[in-house]
Design a protein around this ligand. Structure first.
Ligand SMILES: [Zn+2]
Length: 313
């Protein structure tokens, strides 16, 4: 974990968090203000008059078309039986622990009765970490492949020795170079194999067309059609010298996986990667990470009111 993650992340304390969100009512009010910063707007008809139902928790009814809208609609909390405070605290813990948090830790911190519930909460929050609107990496992008060890039942860290792929998974990663060579945003994905299809597939999903891809000399990169390509041929020089940033990302990912999760499980590799990418890309924005985790920025932005008003005008 790079030291700067901590330096830029100044999450509020647990005590301050409790004071801000003491009960479900306070959480619902926060959700209401996120959804309707200028007051209630019906998502169905755009009506501006509505009332809160006493029969249904945190749900508003439109005075014109009578459509009912919950303040949790479109968020990870929707239809959950858990208190909103539990979700809020979970999102707070996940976004403010710079090293991440395991389901076991979350269960303890939240005082949840079951490990399964803690695991499901964490799972849902992790799913929300992939912002659907994220834009592709641009300009100059380092891309490389690596192997990560995974955990099996018998062996805590089944890494294996030498070039064996048993207990190791292929991954591919990209890091955007900004401000004259500093690392910006990253992407990580599991990689099926070294074929041109797998590698160019990753690049076209994650890197903007026309951007420059810097990679090793692997032949598969030569199939890139929509990107400029600089191959740093690895002969006597090691890849971590030629492609320093993506190798730092891989190294951090592996260390983080060991430290936080005591190794990775193959079935969840993609989720772990999403979490790591999320943390890396938002290391300067703890507050917005909290909102994203709860699913608040998905489909319910501040623009909703203005959009509706403009449509009507
Ligand atoms: Zn309505």
């Amino acid at each position: 974990m790079p030291a700067r993650w901590k330096k830029h992340s100044r999450p509020i304390s647990r005590a301050a968090f409790h004071k801000r969100f003491p009960d479900d009512r306070a959480c619902a009010q926060f959700l209401f203000e996120k959804r309707w910063p200028d007051g209630f707007v019906c998502p169905a008809c755009g009506g501006l008059r509505g009332w809160e139902l006493s029969s249904k928790k945190f749900t508003w009814e439109c005075a014109e078309c009578h459509r009912q809208t919950s303040v949790t609609a479109g968020t990870v909390m929707h239809r959950s039986k858990l208190p909103l405070t539990t979700w809020f605290m979970a999102a707070h813990l996940v976004s403010s622990h710079s090293n991440g948090i395991s389901a076991m830790q979350l269960q303890g911190q939240l005082g949840l009765g079951s490990y399964k519930t803690a695991w499901l909460v964490l799972h849902k929050l992790r799913r929300a970490m992939v912002a659907p609107d994220r834009s592709p990496l641009a300009d100059i992008v380092e891309v490389d492949e690596s192997e990560v060890p995974f955990r099996t039942k018998d062996d805590p860290i089944a890494g294996g020795q030498g070039r064996s792929h048993i207990g190791k998974m292929l991954v591919i990663g990209a890091v955007e170079l900004i401000d004259g060579g500093k690392p910006g945003r990253i992407r990580l994905e599991p990689l099926a194999d070294f074929t041109a299809a797998s590698i160019t597939g990753f690049v076209s999903r994650t890197v903007e067309r026309g951007a420059t891809v810097v990679s090793d000399g692997l032949a598969s990169y030569r199939s890139l059609k929509e990107h400029k390509h600089i191959a740093k041929v690895v002969g006597t020089m090691a890849a971590h010298i030629l492609l320093p940033w993506i190798h730092r990302v891989f190294a951090n990912f592996k260390r983080w996986a060991l430290g936080t999760y005591h190794g990775l499980r193959k079935a969840h590799l993609r989720r772990y990667m999403d979490e790591f990418v999320f943390r890396w890309n938002r290391r300067r924005y703890v507050r917005s990470a909290f909102d994203t985790l709860l699913g608040l920025s998905v489909g319910m932005g501040h623009a909703s009111y203005r959009d509706i008003v403009d449509h009507r005008a």
